[in-house]
Design a protein around this ligand. Structure first.
Ligand SMILES: [Zn+2]
Length: 282
């Protein structure tokens, strides 16, 4: 989730479902007002060069590039791959959906998904207990959907809770940014990218509860993509590197409400649970 009120920023509301729109999600500063007009969003001449795209892509505190609002890519080579996919031909016009890498599902093994260990950084200070609770809440949403999914909090690692801690699969750490509320990673992400970063705006995100926001982020960690990249949303297109698990669900926890979504509070739906069970087992 990015930004506040509601998370993930007003600029997305103007995005069209087009190759260009997908780029603009990550380079609004470059394309700016031109993209606010749908009529201008149809010409390839407005697609930035990779150099322009690179220069305009936000880099967070971990020096990782942030694309699609809250998804990190760890180096310039990966950013190039992301860019090439964005500007490449659309190959699929078509619900919960799973990320794909090279055409294969981006998911954990059955044994790993049953032991998704994480720490919560002591750097959260007085908010740490609240983060622990919100993580429990978010994780519980997915755990209720599939008996195979099990997030495991390892408090003994909280004092050294970074991506370099190999005693846990991932870390939950504070960040200070205006770019997003929280961001996560995918199963295919390298260890150095495997953290959930959380900005203080998570406490002031209105109807989006901290548990639901972290539930959304944990959805990414399980491999689930933004539901609004599906053509049915009519906006906020990202790319075609995903496979549908369910029919389109405009109320999905993975669907930004401001992208023609129909949920006001980012809660999990029955379809989300069905999708998780389809991917990992019931
Ligand atoms: Zn997201």
């Amino acid at each position: 989730m990015a930004c506040a009120n509601p998370p993930h920023q007003e600029r997305r509301t103007h995005m069209q479902r087009s190759r260009l729109g997908a780029i603009a999600l990550s380079s609004a500063a470059l394309l700016g007002a031109a993209l606010a007009s749908p009529a201008l969003a149809a010409t390839d001449s407005e697609i930035p060069t990779f150099s322009e795209f690179h220069a305009s892509t936000f880099k967070d505190a971990d020096q990782q590039y942030i694309v699609n609002g809250d998804e990190p890519v760890s180096d310039t080579g990966q950013l190039r791959e992301f860019y090439d996919k964005l500007v490449g031909p659309e190959t699929q016009t078509d619900g919960l959906i799973v990320n794909t890498v090279g055409g294969a599902d981006d998911k954990w093994s059955t044994s790993q998904v049953g032991n998704l260990t994480y720490c919560v950084s002591s750097k959260f200070g007085t908010r740490k207990a609240d983060i622990v609770n919100a993580m429990n809440g978010g994780a519980g949403l997915w755990e209720a959907a599939s008996s195979k999914i099990n997030f495991v909090y390892v408090p003994s690692q909280d004092a050294n809770c970074t991506t370099r801690n190999n005693s846990v699969l991932f870390s939950v750490e504070p960040v200070q940014t205006s770019q997003y509320i929280a961001r996560a990673f995918f199963p295919s992400s390298p260890k150095r990218s495997r953290n959930v970063l959380v900005d203080d705006s998570i406490w002031t995100s209105g109807s989006w509860t901290p548990a639901n926001i972290l539930g959304h982020e944990l959805g990414h960690t399980l491999g689930f993509r933004h539901e609004h990249t599906r053509p049915e949303s009519g906006t906020c297109f990202e790319d075609n590197n995903w496979r549908p698990l369910t029919p389109y669900d405009s109320s999905s926890i993975m669907h930004y409400p401001q992208c023609n979504g129909t949920s006001s509070n980012l809660s999990m739906t029955a379809t989300d649970r069905q999708g998780a069970a389809t991917l990992y087992g019931s």
